[in-house]
Design a protein. Structure first.
Length: 484
């Protein structure tokens, strides 16, 4: 009883429109409330199921005719009229389908299974009307098969299925009770199975019609949402390209006057045309040159990043002695490490490969990764730089620090430009958040990879890997001895 109660509640929810989009679909008429949407659904539904429906209709007609063999066996003396009814039924259905095609399919595609169901059922009712008793008692099963067969066709609309099924039940009852009566007990038995299967068939047809429209509605929504997402993606890509082009133009325009500032300030602080006597002015010049140099590096980073985003980053490839480049990069950053009380360790194998790469950009990657590790490592911490050959080919460099670390969820964010993860320590040195994103882009340009492994409070390990295709077997650069 509980199971039956749940099913009845489910049916009530369907009829109220709770289980389906009641705004779009009327569960009582099993149609879209919007006529335009119903027409659109009909076109799509027809294209999907027209050929299968025609195929199964002709298959059903063939089965309908094949049962004539049973007529000959079952009615050895009076089979001719019954077989004639079968032939006329099939001929009528074929004529209807032909007329449907000749009329340019204007009669309504959903009428094909409805008319086929009605014609086939009427043919069997006619057989019941003319067959002698007790032969007429068993042919109700034919109507049952017709109803079950056609109600499961996707193109048969629910209200057509209800109308034809009701008409066949009424016609059979009239013939079985009045025209060619059968015993009451047999009639009740036949009607029990007939009505039971009819209700079950209508139930499956009802649910198919509802779910077909619900699926069409959802598919249409998904398609519309996909179109919106695609449009937004194109807009975002266009905005990103515009941003990158703007940064590239501005970076280029800023570098020209900045180079003049650096050149003249360097000439003044080195006294090429005479020394600056005032010590305060000399100090100001040092600050101007140092700030200008920092600004130039920042502008260069922005320019490289904007080119990478726009897919215009060019590599000036040559043979790079990775051992020498790594040691030079580490030496450049030792003063910064010593100033912060950090132990910078370097481990390079005795023989390092020669890479086919852009030496300036490789150096930039190494400096960005190592300086980032130094920046976020507290006093008395350590930064270890290790280089080694990969077992399957390629060459890797790891930079491991004992710094503040990064939460797992924040690792993707630190590879985004101008992003810094909030922390009390990350403001010890000012930064723009370009170091790791730029290093990642430069490694991608070299077909390599930059991978970050980190845990809050336990430090970070950054691993850059050059693929085996970047190793030059014929490189002329000499191997470099290990440096500790």
């Amino acid at each position: 009883m509980a199971y039956l109660g749940r099913k009845l509640d489910k049916l009530a929810a369907v009829l109220r429109g709770d289980r389906f989009d009641a705004v779009a679909i009327d569960p009582k008429t099993v149609r879209f409330r919007d006529p335009d949407r119903e027409r659109a659904f009909a076109e799509v539904h027809f294209k999907q199921h027209a050929l299968p429906t025609l195929f199964y209709t002709f298959l059903g007609l063939a089965a309908y005719m094949s049962f004539g063999i049973l007529d000959v066996i079952y009615l050895p003396d009076t089979w001719e009229p019954v077989l004639a009814i079968r032939a006329l039924t099939c001929l009528a259905m074929i004529s209807f389908i032909t007329a449907w095609f000749l009329q340019g399919k204007k009669l309504g595609y959903h009428l094909i299974p409805a008319v086929a169901m009605a014609v086939a059922g009427i043919g069997i009712i006619a057989m019941v009307a003319i067959m002698p008793s007790p032969k007429n008692e068993t042919y109700y099963a034919g109507i049952l098969l017709v109803v079950t067969f056609f109600c499961n066709m996707p193109l048969l609309r629910f209200y057509h299925a209800v109308a034809v099924t009701s008409a066949l039940i009424l016609g059979y009852s009239l013939v079985a009770l009045v025209v060619n009566p059968i015993p009451t007990a047999v009639f009740v038995n036949n009607m029990f199975f007939f009505v039971s299967m009819a209700l079950w068939s209508l139930w499956t047809n009802y649910w198919h019609q509802l779910y077909a429209r619900q699926d069409f509605s959802h598919t249409r929504k998904l398609r519309d949402e996909a179109a919106k997402i695609s449009a937004l993606l194109h807009e975002a890509q266009a905005a990103n390209r515009a941003k990158s082009e703007f940064l590239a133009i501005m970076s280029h325009e800023l570098r020209t006057p900045l180079n003049a500032i650096l050149g003249f300030s360097d000439m003044m602080r080195t006294g090429i045309h005479g020394s600056v006597e005032n010590n305060e002015y000399q100090e100001y010049l040092e600050h101007i040159h140092e700030s200008g140099t920092h600004l130039l590096r920042l502008i260069t980073d922005i320019l490289d990043l904007s080119k990478a985003d726009a897919g215009k980053l060019e590599l000036r490839e040559g043979l790079v002695d990775i051992g020498a480049t790594l040691r030079a990069s580490a030496d450049m950053l030792k003063p910064l490490a010593e100033k912060g009380g950090i132990d910078l360790k370097l481990s390079v194998p005795e023989i390092t490969p020669v890479l086919k790469a852009d030496e300036r950009k490789v150096r930039q990657v190494l400096i960005n990764v190592i300086s980032n590790a130094v920046k976020f490592t507290p006093n008395k911490g350590s930064v270890s730089v290790e280089a080694f050959a990969e077992p399957g080919g390629g060459f890797s460099i790891t930079v491991a620090d004992t710094g503040i670390g990064i939460a797992k969820d924040d690792i993707p964010r630190v590879l985004e430009p101008f992003i810094q993860v909030d922390s009390a320590l990350n403001r010890r040195y000012e930064g723009t958040g370009l170091g790791l994103p730029l290093a990642n882009k430069l490694m991608e340009a070299h077909e390599g990879a930059l991978v970050i492994d980190s845990e809050v409070g336990k430090g970070t390990t950054v691993r850059v890997t050059f693929p085996v295709g970047r190793l030059d077997e014929d490189g002329k650069a000499p191997p470099v001895a290990a440096a500790g």
